[in-house]
Design a protein around this ligand. Structure first.
Ligand code: SAH
Ligand code: SF4
Length: 340
């Protein structure tokens, strides 16, 4: 069976006209999926019986199935989702007063070998399709119905490196922001990259794109190479140069994320170097204290160290400490590794 999820309106037009139906049926199907939240072809309203039957023989909507869910004491929920070919991925739902955030995966596993990240241990199974990316949003919203009236943020910070799956990420962003689709604001969608420099300019050329966050994680080339071996290919200097020429929209700021690893990259000197590296960028910095787990040998810094690091950066930029969400269920940053 082929999935309808992830197809844009022009692709749906081809399908319906190929069946001798008028093109406007495509809009009905599209609206039925993204606004009507149909989960089966039969649930798409207003189609003639013949089209329902014909489509139903060849197509399904194709939402991912929930294999398991894990609930944190802080109300975060981690979903282990099963895709059509049996691959599994994770999606995290983070409710907060006044707004909800969904953390999406863009790949099954990840090919980038960051030494502090649990997803890295999986390696890459495959890229996700646009339908599998938006499917995570539809499932998370369905499971948390009250969410619909609240402000929704999307972060592409789950499993995978989004810039290594850019076409599907962009297509998913278009579906999520299309007024006839999910109608979310692009200001509420953020993509985080480990620094695939060659793709940053490509992202900047897209008229519809998420906001950009870059995982900096070190203050020197040497430390970054050790923590994120991809730095050998995409040097820190080149990455920051790409950030400097990145075409920010008038309302946009770059975000840099910095994972603090006790005794490795969390000294005052590191903080001062970060301030110098980012000096001429219009940015904010999010600090993430290392989220621990089995098999990864780093230490979470003391809260006072994190605060001292923040104090230094705050002299130069807005700098926030990310509150860990769902650490107890392995749902926090870098902890996604398909545990069941
Ligand atoms: N692949 C992308 C997005 C997913 S990772 C990227 O690397 O940016 C999301 C964030 O979690 C990144 O900033 C990453 O540096 C951080 N991270 C990875 N492992 C972590 C860990 N064990 N503790 C805290 N943050 C971690
Ligand atoms: Fe991949 Fe991001 Fe984890 Fe690095 S931190 S291995 S890029 S998911």
């Amino acid at each position: 069976m082929q999935s309808l999820l992830g197809l844009d309106e022009s692709e749906l037009v081809q399908i319906v006209t190929g069946r001798g139906e008028p093109a406007y049926r495509a809009r009905q199907i599209y609206g039925g999926i993204y606004q009507g939240r149909a989960e089966t072809v039969e649930q798409i309203r207003g189609l003639p019986g013949s089209l329902h039957r014909g489509l139903g023989e060849e197509f399904e909507i194709g939402l991912p199935a929930i294999e398991r869910e894990f609930r944190s004491a802080d109300a975060t929920v981690r979903y282990l989702l099963r895709l059509a070919d049996g691959q599994t991925i994770e999606t995290v739902w983070m409710p907060e007063p006044g707004r909800d955030t969904i953390c999406l995966s863009t790949q099954a596993g990840c090919p980038v070998d960051c030494k502090f990240c649990f997803t890295a241990l999986l390696g890459l199974a495959r890229n996700l399709t646009a339908g599998e990316i938006v499917g995570q949003v539809l499932v998370a919203i369905r499971e948390n119905r009250s969410a619909e009236e609240r402000r929704l943020n999307i972060v592409m910070m789950g499993m995978g490196e989004p810039l290594l799956n850019l076409p599907a990420v962009i297509k998913a962003t278009r579906l999520l922001t299309d007024p006839a689709g999910m109608a979310l604001s692009p200001r509420r969608i953020t993509l985080s990259t480990s620094g695939i420099t060659s793709k940053i300019a490509e992202l900047g050329c897209e008229p519809v794109r998420p906001k950009l966050a870059v995982s900096l994680n070190a203050s020197t080339e040497e430390t970054r190479e050790r923590l994120m071996p991809i730095t050998k290919k995409y040097k820190l200097a080149g990455l920051l140069a790409a950030c400097r020429i990145y075409p920010l929209r008038p309302w946009e700021k770059l975000t840099f994320e910095y994972v603090l690893l006790g005794g490795v990259n969390d000294s005052d000197e590191d903080a001062r170097r970060v301030a110098r590296l980012l000096a001429d960028l219009d940015c904010k910095v999010n600090l993430i204290a290392f989220n621990p787990g089995p098999g990864i040998d780093f230490r979470t810094p003391e809260p006072e160290r994190v605060l001292a690091f923040q104090r230094i950066l705050k002299r130069s930029f807005p700098c926030f400490i990310r509150r860990p969400r769902g650490r107890d269920i392995m749902a926090a940053c870098g902890q996604l590794k398909r545990t069941s």
